[in-house]
Design a protein around this ligand. Structure first.
Ligand SMILES: *Cc1c(COP(=O)(O)O)cnc(C)c1O
Length: 382
C-alpha cells in the first residue's frame, strides 16, 4: 500500500517546463537537412518575426539575454565612469552586464510589495551628473509604465534599457526604450534552449548591436556567400554572441505559439488569485488582476512571520516545486564586497518573503488548486 506521501508524489507539479515537441523536432531536422548551420536565412527570419510581434521592423538574435544586455551597454556607449540605475530585484545578469562595461550600478529600491517595480522617486533621488542609463526589468512579466520611464529618461537625458527577459510578446515592450533584451533560456515563456534577442527602435543603434554581435565585422558570412562582399573591416571591439540556425528554427516555432501561451499563463494567474484570496487571504499577490502581463512567474508574498524554508520543504514533500525570485543582487557576496553600503528596505522585505509557485501553459486548474491547498496546509498546518 502506498503512504499518503507517496500518492502525492505521483504527480509532480514543476515550477516551469519547456513546451516542446514534434514541431520543434521537425524544424531542427529541417536545418540539419539544409546543411547551413549558422548565420543564415532562418536567423534573419526569426529576427524579423520577433520584431514584428513587438511592432518593430528588425531585431538582432543573440546567444543569450546576458550577451544581449552586454551589447546594449556597448552600443549605447555606457562605460567606465558612468552610473547605471538598476533594480536589485532581478536576476544577477542584469547587473553583471553593467559591470562588464565598467559602469557603476546604482541600485534602486522597489516602490512597494504590491508593485515591486523600481521606484521613480528613488530614481529621482539617486540620479547624478554621472548617470547614463536606467535598466528596467519587467518582473514576473508585468511591464513597468513605459511612457513614465521614457519621460523620466528624456527629461534627464538618460538611456532607457529594458531587461525584457520576463515579458516577450507584451504590448509596448521594446518600443519605448533605446534598447531591449529578451531571453530564450529553457525556463522562459518561449525557449531556444539558450538564446536571446535584442531590439532597438533607432536603426543605427540596432546596426551597431548587429556589428558588435559578430566580432565588429563590417559584413557577415551570408553577404559574402551571396557575393555581396569579398572582404571586411573590423572597426570596433566585437564579440561572438551569434545565434545559430537550429535555435532560430526552434524559435520560430515557439514564437508562433507565444501569444497563446502568454494568454494561458495569464488565465492561470487569475485562477491562482481567486483561489488564494478564498483560502489564504494573508498571502499577498503583487500587481493587480488587470495589469497586462506575460505571466512569466507566479510570485506570492508569505506573511512576515511565516517560515519560508519550512513552507517550501512542505510543498516539495507534496510534490510541488517552488522557487525564490530573487535573492536580491546587492546582497550576493560579490556585490556586497564591492558595494557594501547599499540598503534597500523594501526590496529586502520583498525578497525575504517571496516564493514563486508553479506556472506554465500545461498546468491545469486542478493543479493550481492543489498548489494552493498545499500552501494553505503548509502555512496553517494540516
Ligand atoms: C533569464 C534572465 C536573464 C538571463 O537570460 P540568459 O538568456 O540566460 O542570459 C536576464 N535577466 C532576467 C531578468 C532573467 O530572468
Amino acid at each position: 500500500m502506498l503512504g499518503a506521501k507517496a500518492i502525492n508524489k505521483m504527480k509532480e507539479i514543476s515550477l516551469s517546463t519547456p513546451q516542446i515537441g514534434e514541431e520543434e523536432k521537425l524544424a531542427l531536422c529541417g536545418v540539419i537537412d539544409s546543411g547551413w548551420l549558422t548565420m543564415g536565412e532562418t536567423v534573419a527570419k526569426f529576427e524579423r518575426a520577433f520584431a514584428e510581434l513587438h511592432g518593430l521592423d528588425d531585431a538582432v538574435a543573440v546567444n543569450s539575454c546576458t550577451a544581449g544586455l552586454h551589447l546594449c551597454f556597448r552600443a549605447l556607449d555606457v562605460g567606465p565612469g558612468d552610473e547605471v540605475m538598476v533594480p536589485s530585484l532581478t536576476f544577477v545578469a542584469t547587473v553583471n552586464a553593467a559591470l562588464y562595461v565598467g559602469a557603476k550600478p546604482i541600485f534602486l529600491d522597489i516602490g512597494g510589495v504590491s508593485m515591486p517595480h523600481i521606484s521613480l522617486e528613488d530614481a529621482e533621488e539617486k540620479c547624478t551628473s554621472r548617470t547614463k542609463a536606467v535598466v528596467i526589468m519587467h518582473y514576473a512579466g508585468y511591464p513597468l509604465d513605459l511612457s513614465v520611464w521614457r519621460s523620466f529618461c528624456d527629461a534627464k537625458n538618460l538611456m532607457l534599457i529594458e531587461d525584457a527577459a520576463h515579458a516577450p510578446g507584451v504590448d509596448g515592450v521594446g518600443r519605448w526604450s533605446d534598447a531591449s533584451a529578451f531571453s530564450f533560456f529553457s525556463n522562459k515563456n518561449m525557449s531556444t534552449a539558450e538564446g536571446g534577442m535584442v531590439m532597438a527602435r533607432n536603426a543605427s543603434f540596432l546596426q551597431r548591436i548587429r556589428r558588435l554581435r559578430g566580432h565588429g565585422m563590417t559584413t557577415d558570412t551570408l553577404d559574402r556567400d551571396r557575393g555581396h562582399a569579398y572582404s571586411y573591416d573590423v572597426n570596433m571591439l566585437g564579440y561572438n554572441y551569434r545565434m545559430d540556425e537550429l535555435r532560430a528554427a526552434m524559435g520560430l516555432v515557439q514564437l508562433a505559439q507565444l501569444p497563446e501561451w502568454n494568454k494561458r499563463r495569464y488565465e492561470l494567474t487569475k485562477v491562482y488569485r481567486e483561489s488564494l484570496a478564498a483560502h489564504i487571504p494573508e498571502v499577498l499577490v503583487p500587481f493587480g488582476y488587470t495589469h497586462e502581463t506575460a505571466a512569466h512567474l507566479m510570485p506570492v508574498l508569505l506573511p512576515t512571520e511565516a517560515n519560508r524554508q519550512k513552507i517550501m520543504a512542505q510543498l516539495r514533500d507534496a510534490g510541488i516545486q517552488s522557487s525564490i525570485h530573487y535573492p536580491p543582487v546587492h546582497q550576493f557576496s560579490y556585490y556586497r564586497e564591492r558595494f557594501p553600503t547599499v540598503v534597500l528596505p523594501k526590496t529586502e522585505d520583498f525578497c525575504a518573503r517571496e516564493i514563486s509557485l508553479p506556472l506554465h501553459p500545461s498546468l491545469t486548474e486542478d493543479d493550481v488548486k492543489r498548489v494552493v491547498e498545499s500552501l494553505e496546509k503548509a502555512i496553517h498546518g494540516p
